[in-house]
Design a protein around this ligand. Structure first.
Ligand SMILES: [Mn+2]
Length: 235
């Protein structure tokens, strides 16, 4: 079984298209889209791309999908620029897109030959806003994972790939397709046989920048700068 896990697309459609091309070339039989699909500069383009696969891919919700779909504001605890982008993204989407985002499930769980029970979540198994990082303390992780029996947990949310044996589990972060830190390319996971492989697909960053700057996203210059020069620290 070949499975692709593509997380944190964050409204970067050029990166998404490049990853989907590689996923198809690798002949992945299942694709899991790990949340935070649209919060970013090209929400409509990304949703239109993903909707071609709505009946074949598996999806989970990221915190930003909920925030966009329900138009979270400063009163809901968002920073002002986050709230501004939430509203703008929601305005770009159709009613169908918004209901699709609202109905995304929290998790996907799969028995994979050679690997066992694998749980796919956005943040941590207990909360999609909770960050698991390469250096998160084991005691903190113990609390986050104690209610799941899965021996492997695939997560995202923090936009940097890692693969750790911690808290009695293997925890693998897929990295971010469209708003990566510590990587120039579009990051994702390729699971094949009993291997979990980190992938980084090179994509046309200047094409993405051009499309972003032609659009009307608030803070579009910041998004363009981010994907040209990804920071070393995740969100
Ligand atoms: Mn997130």
């Amino acid at each position: 079984m070949k499975i692709a896990a593509i997380y944190d697309i964050h409204g970067n459609n050029v990166a998404l298209e490049a990853v989907l091309t590689e996923v198809a070339n690798e002949k992945a039989e299942k694709v899991i889209v790990g949340g935070d699909l649209v919060w970013g500069p090209q929400p409509r383009e990304v949703m239109e791309t993903l909707m071609r696969y709505k009946d074949t891919f598996l999806f989970i919700m990221g915190n930003a999908d909920r925030e966009v779909a329900h138009r979270y504001s400063i009163e809901d605890g968002c920073q002002d620029f986050v709230a501004e982008i939430n509203y703008w993204c929601a305005d770009q989407l159709t009613r169908e897109h918004l209901s699709f985002l609202k109905e995304l499930p929290e998790r996907q769980r799969m028995a994979i030959n050679g690997l066992g029970d694998v749980l796919f979540v956005h943040g941590s198994p207990r909360n999609d806003e909770e960050a698991i990082r390469a250096d998160t303390d084991e005691r903190e992780i113990n609390e986050m994972v104690k209610d799941t029996e899965a021996n492997i947990i695939v997560c995202g949310h923090t936009h940097i790939q890692f693969d750790r044996l911690v808290a009695g589990r293997r925890i693998v972060n897929a990295g971010s397709v469209g708003l990566q830190s510590k990587a120039k390319g579009a990051c994702w996971l390729f699971i094949h046989d009993d291997e979990i492989e980190h992938k980084e697909t090179q994509y046309d960053i200047e094409k993405a920048v051009k499309e972003i700057l032609q659009g009307t996203c608030p803070y579009k210059e910041d998004f363009a700068e981010h994907i040209r020069n990804p920071p070393n620290i995740g969100p």
